[in-house]
Design a binder for this molecule. Sequence first.
Ligand SMILES: *[C@@H]1O[C@H](CO)[C@@H](O)[C@H](O)[C@H]1NC(C)=O
Ligand SMILES: *[C@@H]1O[C@H](CO)[C@@H](O)[C@H](O)[C@H]1NC(C)=O
Ligand SMILES: *[C@@H]1O[C@H](CO)[C@@H](O)[C@H](O)[C@H]1NC(C)=O
Ligand SMILES: *[C@@H]1O[C@H](CO)[C@@H](O)[C@H](O)[C@H]1NC(C)=O
Ligand SMILES: *[C@@H]1O[C@H](CO)[C@@H](O)[C@H](O)[C@H]1NC(C)=O
Length: 689
Amino acid sequence: MTRLLLLWALLGAPLHPASGSRVGPPRRSFRLDSSDRGLVHFIQPDIHNTTTLLLSNDGSTLYVGARNVILSLDVSKPDVITLKNKRDWSPSEEDIRACRNKQKDATECPNFVRVLQPKNSSHLYACGSYAYNPRDAILDSQTLTLTTVSKGEGRCPFNPFERSTAMTIDGELFTGTTMDFKGANPVISRHFSRDRRPDIRQDSAGYLLDEPTFISSSFDKKEGKLYFFFTEVLNEFHYTMDLKGTRLAQVCKDDVGGQRILQKKWTSFAKSLLHCQQGFDILQDMFTLQPSEGDSSEETVFYGVFTSQWSLGSESSAVCGFKMKDIRGLFSGQYKTFDTVKHQWSTSGTERTNQGKCGLWNATDVVLEVVKKSFLSHVHVRGADTPLMISSGPNGVRYSRLVAVTTQAANEKQYTVLFLLTETGFLHKVVLLGRSSWIVEAIQVFTEPQLVKSLLLSSSKDVENGNVLMCPQSITPPTEVQTDLNEVVTLPCARPSDLATLHWTSGHDRRPLPQKYFLQRPDGSLSFLASAVTLDVYICTSQEARYQEDQVVFNVTLRVPKVFAEGRAAGPQAPDTSAESLPENDNEITSAPYDPNENWSQESMPPRPTADSGTQKNAGEKVLELVRSYQTELVVVSLLLALLLCANVLVGLVWNQRRCAAPSKPQESLKNDPMLKQEPLVTDVKDMV
Ligand SMILES: *[C@@H]1O[C@H](CO)[C@@H](O)[C@H](O)[C@H]1NC(C)=O
Ligand SMILES: *[C@@H]1O[C@H](CO)[C@@H](O)[C@H](O)[C@H]1NC(C)=O
Ligand SMILES: *[C@@H]1O[C@H](CO)[C@@H](O)[C@H](O)[C@H]1NC(C)=O
Ligand SMILES: *[C@@H]1O[C@H](CO)[C@@H](O)[C@H](O)[C@H]1NC(C)=O
Ligand SMILES: *[C@@H]1O[C@H](CO)[C@@H](O)[C@H](O)[C@H]1NC(C)=O
């Protein structure tokens, strides 16, 4: 089953930055069924294993590659997703028999569509595992008719579980994958080469790549280079155990190979170690964040999420950002040389002569012999401000995918928002501010733990460059609360998340409140007796990790007396000016994280309310109003992002509910499908400020 889920999320929340890169727990949590979120579901019960997503240039059509099928969906409307077209692409009985004869399980023998890329303005390119015998196809992007089908070796993997990467540039296809049945022969190659130049792949020498897992690829237009991100065994280190790490490899887009040496092979292949943080060596996903319009391409940032290769007993991950300028510089430095006799790397670096350069097609044999053996950069790439974020310890999370977007705050400052998928079905929205990061929200997108295979981000054109509110302290106008003297005033304050602590202060100078006169209840509300000295402005601030946010502000004033028809008004009761000002030395009050089981002793309760119900109601209504107007504001200055998520998942909550609600007659195909319990899900998360 494919389930498409459209989720409207508030991107911005008022926040105050603080320093430090360790990330606290999420500030605001939304469950899948949360009414705070508008969710739109698209359910397609007969589609399974959706692993590939491609969004059309105009953002209106989403192409989905799945098991034995390719779909096109209309995603142009904010509140509904509709199916446009569907094309079956299954292996024949004979293909499946051949697959089974090679000892493959029946569940591995369908055609899993692994690559979907634009071919030209009217056609798409697709590649599928096709019963462990990859095939590729050209499709009409409107009708999805398959026009050409040919062998897809080296374009997508035989094994449907293996990760690979592919991208098309001007109709040419660049891939990083394995090209044999066993998955033992990794290759980075160019296909459908233009202008009669040959297709290029990397040199057949086995030491160029060591058991790589391809994660992603990116195009550097200015340099005419492609970067491939992958993990592999780091054979330059001599350890008893295989040490894995993350690599970045480059090739030039227009490489045509050498003339005698390296014929039809990359003359521009070079690789380097990519370092995020000690203990976080395994890249899970890499996202290329293009610079804002007008900025130099040097400002491109590659955001990667890394996990550990060792089992540490608890979940953890780290996020690093790598700057384009550092990556470009990397391949123009020194290189290590591989000794093909001893089968090891020379310890010292060799001066770069021509390694990593584009345009070596007519270089001499001597030069190309050097290029063949010296392709490992001596220097590493380190993440800028490494790491941007670490999630570890008891609240640690293992992230599997990420996307990033730059957005502008109300104060004109640009900042980056990361969307990180956890392996437990949550999407964490993280704001990067200078050297610190903060989880703003956790949105539950999947009901059960599951591995998400692809995450896609698109920013919609009708609402580009929207704003995110980043409010200075106390931007919210105070809610007026009117009271009579000696009345108990209760001011509500909701906790933004279970882990936040609430803190009340008074006055514009934010004085702490003495415990003697004020009571903070477990639900966060503040109670006190109205008197001359307690008529003031009250601010409830939440704190989580090192971030603070004003939740509510109240202005408590005396009730204005009613004016009677006769014209006789009861004069306002003058505040008792003789009252002393509040003592300053008392302990401040602040709340601990909310514990619903906590007992509050009777003595600490305030005096019984005399006439507080009216006051409370008034304040409550005001709070509602405040929240409403605040939300409207958020929506008005809005940025629409579409996050499109694709996954192999278990049956979603909503689907469960649907099935429970309509238990009448399950479709025959559903009932008999052994995979019913482990169905894939496509989730479309549209994000909005
Ligand atoms: C796109 O490619 C297909 C297949 O190669 C070809 O038939 C079609 O004419 C091309 N369309 C355009 C607009 O170039
Ligand atoms: C390579 O070709 C370019 C022009 O095509 C020429 O200028 C250059 O001298 C050639 N280099 C060698 C080493 O032949
Ligand atoms: C609080 O209300 C009083 C009376 O309406 C008003 O004079 C005062 O300016 C208000 N304070 C704030 C901070 O809005
Ligand atoms: C709360 O009070 C109840 C009844 O007095 C008692 O049984 C319980 O243990 C108390 N809980 C805590 C956390 O103190
Ligand atoms: C396809 O989906 C099923 C059910 O979720 C899962 O068990 C299987 O591993 C998936 N196959 C691939 C190749 O992802």
